[in-house]
Design a protein around this ligand. Structure first.
Ligand SMILES: Cc1ncc(COP(=O)(O)O)c(C=O)c1O
Length: 455
């Protein structure tokens, strides 16, 4: 007979991670929900990590965990890559903030421009959120227009204008968000993804400054966007004088050294970057057409300067880490390896789900993967498969929280940390990691079934 939902998993989890449980009890007084990033919230408590190397991280409870968070996507090369460790160690002794120009930021900007030729000029920020903030403001200055188009389910950081409509449940009629004013919302036009007519219509009606999007689709390919649609968007926005902003905070240097734009052969007007850009340290940036980036110059042809302060812009430690990482990324091998590991994990999981009679499906592209529970469509036939013909409401629905928390705990009990229902692969993941992960899923399925959470 099955036990109360999740009771067996929770008991085993508490037993396996007692030090994490203790630290969490201390931390929850200090931090809301005991975490410093919403995504890290986990019931009954999140695991505390002590150190990490390659594809593994190590809990304060001593257990080794195969990691699929990979620094929220910033660690394409894996944890503590020797080139990055060496570069940061060298730099920290030389100084962490000069309040002045330095050669590392030049080298960093040069390598970005070499890998991503659409970045004719570059400006560094401290995060991806700041990068999208900058790109949108630049677009407004240059076009003299105000409104911004974005897609439902596309995440561009957490500033007021882009956070609405980033997460399920979706409602096109009401994209309000606690703490975001009506005034801000008036400047935002939210559209269903993968619908060219809706974009064309919105451009006619709203005369927007720009369209911003995650180029492989919302929540890194959870609702994929394909090359054909992207090419059509490029053509349409160019014709209508709307700036096209590719948010490559995740996909930049991951999908390929030149990001998704090089994979699809599309030149956006502006690109927002972060994560891999700074080799796992804090950092972001905007690259784009020189005539648009010129709006950051003190005397510029637009007649209006975009002010850009920011204490940590281009800071030497992030620059050192970024250069080291991008030099390794440049030959394309890390992207190819991570993409291949993504393919293997998707295939391995789908074989497992079919074998074990589990109504879940794994899908995604490049080095990014999503697992969809309670799936009742046809089984995948190849790696390009998209469930439910790419319907946003089905692919990016709010997941059952009890199942979600227990699923992650069940995987952690088996030495795997998934990014919710998603995974970010890296070049440090091996065939052995993939096999161990599939076995961990098989064991997690047993645990979920035993607790009555899975049929
Ligand atoms: C596509 C995308 N854009 C922007 C951001 C915001 O970046 P940051 O967390 O560095 O502010 C993220 C973060 O995950 C992202 O995935």
């Amino acid at each position: 007979m099955s036990q109360v939902s999740g009771a067996g998993i929770e008991a085993a989890y508490r037993d396996r991670f007692p030090n994490s449980a203790r630290l969490f009890e201390q931390g929850r007084v200090l931090f809301p929900n005991g975490v410093t990033h919403d995504s890290r919230h986990l019931k009954p408590f999140p695991v505390f990590i002590d150190r990490a190397v390659g594809s593994r991280k190590y809990a304060v409870d001593g257990h080794e965990i195969i990691d699929y968070w990979m620094g929220h996507g910033s660690l394409l090369l894996g944890h503590s890559h020797p080139a990055v460790v060496e570069a940061v160690t060298r730099q920290v002794a030389k100084g962490t903030h000069f309040g002045a120009n330095h050669q590392l930021e030049m080298e960093w900007g040069e390598i970005v421009r070499r890998l991503m030729p659409s970045a004719e000029r570059v400006r560094f920020t401290s995060s991806g959120t700041e990068a999208t903030l900058m790109a949108i403001r630049l677009a407004r200055i240059v076009t003299g227009r105000q409104k911004v188009l974005k897609f439902l389910g596309h995440f561009h950081g957490w500033h007021d204008l882009v956070m609405p409509a980033a997460d399920a449940p979706y409602d096109l009629e009401n994209v309000s968000m606690p703490g975001v004013t009506e005034g801000v919302l008036q400047d935002l036009v939210v559209l269903p993804p993968n619908n060219l007519d809706a974009v064309a219509q919105a451009i006619e009606t709203h005369k927007p400054a720009c369209l911003i999007l995650e180029a492989t689709g919302g929540h890194w390919s959870m609702v994929p966007m394909r090359g054909e649609f992207l090419h059509a968007l490029r053509k349409l926005t160019e014709e209508k004088g709307v700036l096209l902003i590719f948010d490559e905070v995740i996909t930049g240097f991951r999908v390929a050294p030149g990001g998704s734009q090089s994979h699809y052969g599309i030149k956006p007007d502006l690109t927002t970057l972060a994560k891999i850009l700074a080799g796992g340290l804090p950092g972001g940036g905007v690259g784009g057409r020189a005539d648009i980036m010129d709006a950051l110059e003190f005397d510029n042809p637009h007649g209006q300067k975009m002010r850009h302060p920011g204490t940590y812009n281009g800071n030497p430690l992030s620059a050192a880490a970024g250069i080291a990482a991008l030099q390794v990324v440049a030959d394309g091998r890390p992207s190819r390896q991570a993409n291949e590991m993504g393919r293997l994990l998707r295939t391995g999981l789908n074989d497992l789900f079919a074998r074990r009679g589990v109504n879940w499906v794994a899908y995604g592209e490049f080095s990014m993967l999503s697992v969809l529970p309670n799936y009742d469509g046809p089984r995948p036939t190849d790696d390009g498969f998209i469930p439910y013909e790419n319907q946003l409401e089905k692919l990016d629905a709010k997941r059952d929280p009890v199942l979600s928390h227990n699923f992650r705990c069940a995987l952690l009990l088996n030495g795997v940390d998934f990014f919710g229902w998603r995974a970010m692969l890296s070049a440090a993941h091996t065939h052995g990691d993939i096999q161990r992960t599939v076995t961990a899923f098989s064991n997690a399925i047993d645990l979920l079934r035993k607790d009555g959470l899975l049929a």
